[in-house]
Design a protein around this ligand. Structure first.
Ligand SMILES: C[S@@+](CC[C@H](N)C(=O)[O-])C[C@H]1O[C@@H](n2cnc3c(N)ncnc32)[C@H](O)[C@@H]1O
Length: 363
């Protein structure tokens, strides 16, 4: 087998397939994607031996928009004996490099929900078997591959591995976040997920820290503002709607009933710009680029609504426009884009300038 397995949001298999096909061919790796609608995954079959492994190592996972996880698929074991699933798995993976972690997973579909409980239960005995056969180590060793057992049914598993330096660190590629009971809207989880996905944890003290100034465009009722406030930031929330009283009572929020596309701060002391206004992606992209061009913020997170058709092509187009605008300002800008677990018909984009960040000092 010389395949990649990509997990994605169910319903976005075509986008994940178009993306991996294009990104792989940019690296002279050619193949074709097998897609089953609403399955939550895509298989990409490479023509040349060894190229699935090459892509798993060298194609930066963080640059894929629609992929939740990317792994090298090595075995497809169907018709497993329900009394002994472990033996064929261990036999199949004897020549694996020693892995540092095990993830027993399934697709993120309604049909596969029942399989999740099975996967959870199966993890412990499989881990023990892999350890006693020295396929998995229990020593704390960084950069070991991650062993994935991806169940399609209780008698059908696909086996593979990902590289811990180039994968999603989350089980099934989904960060498990708890909804804070005092948050004013569920979309609070979207910004929290974006922080987890885009900002390395070890840099949170520097980049998501108390005392920073933030602007939230399209803020009401305040789910995103809540995430900024809980990190001790002072937030200007721009929206004609009603902000949650609980946020206003913190004294950290200034609410302006203005047009988010027109309003600009009078001083250049905003660190974070976040924007959840639903509008034409082209309009949002230019507005964000204007903020950076005028030096009005240091980092930004915002949503781009996906069109009904040609979703991957349109995404790429809007991101290309943003790339071109930012490149004119400074070569240090980095753009990351992802369809997050909490995104539906949109993607979330993060912009920062690596040179500006390297100069940040602890508060
Ligand atoms: C999806 S909601 C934002 C939800 C918010 N992020 C939260 O977590 O609670 C979009 C908001 O954008 C606001 N909005 C849309 N166009 C706007 C504009 N031109 N200026 C300011 N706010 C706008 C709407 O009033 C709405 O409250």
């Amino acid at each position: 087998m010389n395949n990649l397995l990509i997990y994605c949001r169910p319903g976005f298999e075509k986008e994940a397939a178009a993306e991996i096909t294009e990104r792989a061919s940019n690296m002279q790796c050619y193949g074709f994607a097998r897609v089953k609608d609403d399955s939550g995954y895509v298989t990409f079959e490479l023509y040349e031996e060894g190229q699935a492994d090459l892509l798993a190592r060298k194609l930066p996972f963080r640059e894929l928009i629609f992929a939740r996880q990317m792994l090298v698929l090595t075995h497809d074991l169907a018709d497993l004996d329900q009394g002994d699933r472990i033996r064929p798995i261990v036999e199949a993976c004897r020549d694996y490099a020693i892995c540092g972690d095990l993830r027993v997973e399934t697709a993120d579909t309604n049909e596969a929900k029942e399989l999740s409980a099975f996967c959870r239960k199966f993890t412990v005995p499989l881990r023990q078997a892999l350890r006693s056969n020295e396929i998995l180590t229990n020593k704390e060793t960084p950069n070991r591959p991650v062993f994935h057992a991806f169940f399609l049914a209780t008698d059908h598993v696909q086996l593979g591995y990902s590289y811990s330096f180039n994968n999603s660190e989350f089980h099934m590629g989904i960060p498990r976040l708890r909804f804070p009971s005092d948050a004013p809207s569920r979309s609070t989880l979207k910004l929290e997920e974006a922080f987890h996905v885009f900002v390395p944890k070890e840099e949170w003290d520097l980049r998501l820290t108390s005392g920073m100034k933030a602007v939230d465009l399209g803020a009401c009722p305040g789910g995103w503002t809540y995430q900024l406030v809980r990190r001790g930031m002072m937030v200007t929330a721009v929206d004609n709607g009603q902000m949650a009283d609980s946020l206003m009572e913190t004294g950290q929020v200034k609410h302006l009933r203005d047009d988010g596309f027109m309003w600009k701060p009078s001083r250049k002391n905003t660190y974070w710009l976040v924007c959840d206004m639903v509008d034409k992606p082209a309009r949002v992209v230019h507005m964000i680029a204007d903020w950076f061009q005028d030096g009005l913020c240091q980092e930004a997170i915002f949503n781009l609504k996906l069109p009904m058709k040609k979703r991957f092509v349109e995404c790429e187009h809007n991101l290309d426009v943003l790339r071109a605008r930012l490149a004119e300002i400074d070569p240090g800008f980095i753009i990351q884009a992802k369809q997050l677990y909490h995104d539906r018909e949109e993607i979330t984009v993060h912009v920062y300038n690596r040179y500006a960040i390297s100069k940040l000092q602890p508060a």
